[in-house]
Design a protein around this ligand. Structure first.
Ligand SMILES: [Zn+2]
Length: 234
């Protein structure tokens, strides 16, 4: 095998591994964002339960205020009854009192419904609180691990990139340029074996002339179909 091809194979092996590592590194922000989203979802479920529970408290206070106002009204009517001597006015006030009492009992019914809802909500609130705490701990730990992985990937990539320079030594500059162009356009497979006279890059049969040139092992032979650089099976 030509020395240049051998060197390019070593370079390609390094570049393929670097490419895999870089792709993995690129996917990390998305991976972290998806974990953060899960924590936010749990927080928002907890917030929804809390908001409803607070809203119930506010509604209950408002109803209690209404009841207190009605009770005040009733005691004012009762005072007026004590002061009046007119039967008509007395019975009109009795009517007002009865109306206010009915109103109070209707408000109390509403209050009861709210209290039942609050009772049902209490365990949900506890569960949402627990789920949020658990999810947060779990996903935060996972994010820490992912960040660690990110750091490791970065230093591995730096190391391998630094070491790559040595692999370029002794390869013709034009050939390196050609290799790099092909690496981008041919899905990271530039130097490929020919098996049974077929280029394993594009899976097309090579010409007899190409096959012969390859066997003579005197110069770099490229696939006439895809342009990849060819070598005989290892
Ligand atoms: Zn080919």
């Amino acid at each position: 095998m030509l020395e240049a091809i051998e060197k390019l194979l070593a370079l390609q092996d390094r570049d393929q591994r670097l490419r895999t590592l870089r792709l993995e590194l690129q996917s990390i922000p998305l991976e972290i964002a998806s974990k953060q989203k899960l924590v936010e979802d749990a927080a928002s479920r907890l917030q929804t339960a809390r908001s409803r529970s607070m809203a119930i408290e506010v509604e209950k206070k408002a109803l209690e205020g209404e009841i207190a106002a009605k009770r005040d009204q009733i005691s004012r009517y009762k005072n007026q009854q004590l002061q009046t001597r007119k039967n008509e006015e007395y019975s009109a006030l009795s009517h007002e009192i009865a109306t206010a009492e009915r109103a109070i009992s209707a408000i109390e019914d509403k209050e009861l419904v709210l209290m039942e809802e609050a009772e049902g909500l209490a365990p949900q609130l506890v569960a949402a609180d627990k789920a949020h705490a658990e999810d947060k701990a779990k996903y935060d730990a996972q994010i820490t691990t992912i960040r660690e992985k990110e750091g490791n990937l970065k230093s591995r990539i730096d190391e391998m990139t630094a070491g790559r320079v040595a692999l370029l030594e002794g390869i013709d500059e034009d050939l390196i340029e050609r290799y790099e162009r092909l690496f981008e356009t041919k899905n990271a497979r530039v130097v490929v074996p020919v098996e049974h006279d077929v280029c394993t890059g594009c899976h097309m049969k090579v010409t007899a002339q190409t096959s012969l040139a390859l066997r003579s092992d005197k110069s770099i032979v490229s696939c006439p179909q895809c342009g990849r650089l060819l070598h005989l099976p290892l």
